[in-house]
Design a protein around this ligand. Structure first.
Ligand code: 5RP
Length: 229
């Protein structure tokens, strides 16, 4: 008897992207996140696009992909509420708290997530952790505050590094910079998110605890597991 070949990370992302279609309410507007897992969800959306009235997108990159498959993208200001927001994560813990922002889209992701009644996280099982903090924590900052904020992370035992792209500071869709912070063990995500939110110059911290996931579709060797929080 031959042992089945384990699914690749890319195949797991495809599976969870497809599984997220079950949360689409026909005729509704859907909130769409950013990243390689969400790209699989957008590919899956293309197969049911006649059932989707439109999308609110969390990045220029996702907007372009949505428009390319013929899904209208609406301004967040024109939408009062979304039934669901589908997005990936860099880490997710056992309560649905997440670290996000590996794709630099964290600010718009938090805004679109805030419009939604339900956050459905799609992730392969490498993203599931006992405690957040192994993945460097992304923080979007106003450029003139970057050095000061980096020193404040130093007092918490963290080391903040300015994210670069082609040897220059990466500029987000909002015209700001990103610090990536290593060395933090995020044992109380709600408290740490609240604290960092108070620091002058912080636009958005990549801890999604106040806006955690209600559902995680986790791609595993045994198939897609649905975790509810
Ligand atoms: C982008 C994000 C993404 O959701 C996160 O980085 C996961 O991306 P991927 O699906 O490519 O692993 O927060 O800002």
């Amino acid at each position: 008897m031959t042992t089945p070949t384990p699914l690749t990370q890319d195949e797991l992302k495809t599976l969870v992207g497809q599984a997220a279609l079950q949360f689409i309410v026909p005729g509704d507007i859907v909130g769409v996140g950013t990243g390689s897992t969400v790209n699989k969800f957008i590919d899956a959306l293309a197969t049911v696009k006649d059932q989707v009235r439109g999308a609110v997108s969390s990045s220029v990159a996702s907007t372009e992909r949505l428009r390319a498959i013929g899904i209208p993208v609406l301004d967040a200001n024109d939408v009062e509420q979304l039934s669901v927001y589908v997005d990936g994560a860099d880490e997710i813990d056992g309560q649905g708290h997440m670290v996000k922002g590996g794709g630099a889209a964290l600010t718009r992701e938090k805004i679109v997530a805030a419009l939604a009644r339900q956050f459905v996280c799609i992730a392969d099982e490498s993203k599931l952790v006992a405690t957040l903090g192994r993945f460097p924590l992304p923080v979007e900052v106003i450029p003139m505050a970057a050095a000061h904020i980096a020193r404040r992370f130093g007092t918490l035992g963290g080391k903040a590094t300015l994210r670069l792209k082609e040897e220059q500071p990466l500029v987000t869709d909002n015209g700001q910079h990103i610090l990536d912070v290593t060395g933090l063990s995020i044992t109380d995500p709600l408290a740490l998110e609240s604290e960092i939110n108070q620091w002058p110059g912080v636009v958005t911290v990549g801890i999604f605890a106040h806006q955690k996931a209600q559902v995680c579709l986790l791609g595993t060797a045994q198939g897609v597991k649905t975790l509810r929080y």
